[in-house]
Write a protein that binds this ligand. Structure first.
Ligand SMILES: Cc1ncc(COP(=O)(O)O)c(C=O)c1O
Length: 387
């Protein structure tokens, strides 16, 4: 049996390997505190669950149109208008089975041998995986501890050449918890406007989870870029609905027909009833998001205060999202060794930095959105492990 070469180029999300290891250790009776997965310990709002159950009882069991039911696309459009004062026609919105497929489709749209795609490293591992799958050359831009994981706009722009088809940004950023402010995105957008053939994928999945009283600088604030801008967003992180597999993508007018075909060829449509729950989430109150962010700030502070007391661990405080990305070099271990030891000796699952790219050998990613009890216990266990 011979498989296509591209399949061998696929990477993975190591988090799923750790998840499997964690489940195996738990089945052997070990207690593991999971700080590895990219999800919170919160639950979706009750009114979202109720609306979904009602939609099922109302008989929404069939296929829907591939780009998502109109009411759901209108709800996304309304929410964008309300949050960002940006006008996005429902025609440009695709309701997707999660945020990730927009990444997969966008990279497939532009990547092929002989082309280049610029992406963040450290970064969500599927960017590089999918770029390699298409045969395009991955061109990483590095976010460093030394620069508090901020992006360097000049460096990014200097890596664009006539082979570059797509530029990927993830703001707020996984795995570092960094957040590029409006002044930075203004500068970046101005620079990108000078490359009219370059497409942009803005992954804004953590856009509602910012820990400062600052507006989120979505790329939707730059209408001049709309003809080549793809925005990835969704319900997974904002409404604690990772397992529902529900997201949206916003696409340029001239790619809509092709994107429609991509959906037909791949997933057909998103689960019908869940799209009604999705509307309830967007049209309902934002209390659950605000409460969740307040909890995350408390938990992040608890985690950071605890980590400060553990020698050998240095970190930049997260400003958004679910994660911090400490450097553990001074413990005498690299990130891989530290994560392995934590799982086996401290009963704490976290992820080595190399899961997010080649520059983060000495980092680990820690999810701080679990309960305060779990955070306290995990910190205690790690402290003991290192003593
Ligand atoms: C940066 C980033 N983009 C996209 C996704 C995908 O989100 P979803 O679970 O909705 O597919 C994730 C999930 O962890 C993520 O961290």
């Amino acid at each position: 049996m011979k498989i296509a070469k591209n399949v061998n180029n696929l990477g993975t999300e190591l988090v799923y390997d750790i998840f499997s290891k964690t489940k195996k250790l738990e089945s052997q009776g070990k207690k593991i505190i999971d700080l590895s997965l990219g999800q919170s310990a919160e639950s979706p709002p009750e009114h979202v669950i109720e609306a979904t159950i009602k939609a099922l009882r109302d008989g929404n069991n069939g296929y829907t149109v591939p780009n998502g039911i109109l009411e759901c696309r209108e709800a996304v459009s309304r929410k964008i208008q309300k949050l960002y004062n940006a006008k996005v026609s429902p025609d440009r919105i695709f309701i997707m089975p999660g945020g990730k497929p927009t990444m997969h489709y966008a990279i497939s749209f532009f990547g092929e041998p002989g082309t280049e795609i610029i992406y963040p490293d450290p970064g969500f591992p599927i960017y590089e995986s999918m770029i390699n799958y298409t045969g395009a050359k991955p061109v990483p831009y590095n976010l460093t501890d030394a620069n508090n994981f901020n992006i360097n706009v000049e460096k990014i722009l200097s890596s664009v050449n006539d082979k570059t088809r797509l530029f990927i940004i993830n703001n707020p950023h996984n795995p570092t918890g960094s957040f590029a402010e409006k002044s930075v995105i203004d500068k970046l957008a101005a620079g990108l406007s000078k490359f009219p053939n370059l497409a942009i994928l803005s992954d804004e999945i953590y856009g509602r989870l910012i820990f400062e009283k600052k507006d989120f600088p979505t790329f939707l604030n730059y209408p001049d870029l709309y003809d080549r801008l793809i925005v990835l967003d969704g319900w997974s992180k904002t409404y604690a609905m990772t397992g529902w597999r529900l997201g949206w993508g916003i696409w340029p007018e001239k790619l809509l027909n092709k994107m429609f075909k991509f959906c037909v060829n791949n997933h057909s449509c998103v689960n019908a009833a869940i799209q009604y729950g999705a509307i309830a989430a967007l049209d309902g109150p934002d209390d659950s998001i605000n409460n969740m962010v307040d909890k995350f700030i408390k938990r992040k502070n608890l985690m950071c205060d605890g980590l400060k007391k553990i020698s050998g661990i240095k970190f930049t405080e997260a400003r958004s999202g679910f994660f911090i990305f400490p450097n553990v070099k001074d413990t005498g271990m690299n990130g891989d060794q530290f994560a392995e030891k934590c799982l086996n000796e401290a009963g704490v699952a976290l992820i080595q930095g190399t899961a997010f790219g080649k520059f983060s050998l000495d980092n680990v990613r820690i999810n701080f959105t679990t309960s305060e009890e779990n955070i306290t216990q995990a910190l205690d266990n790690i402290k003991k492990m290192l003593s």
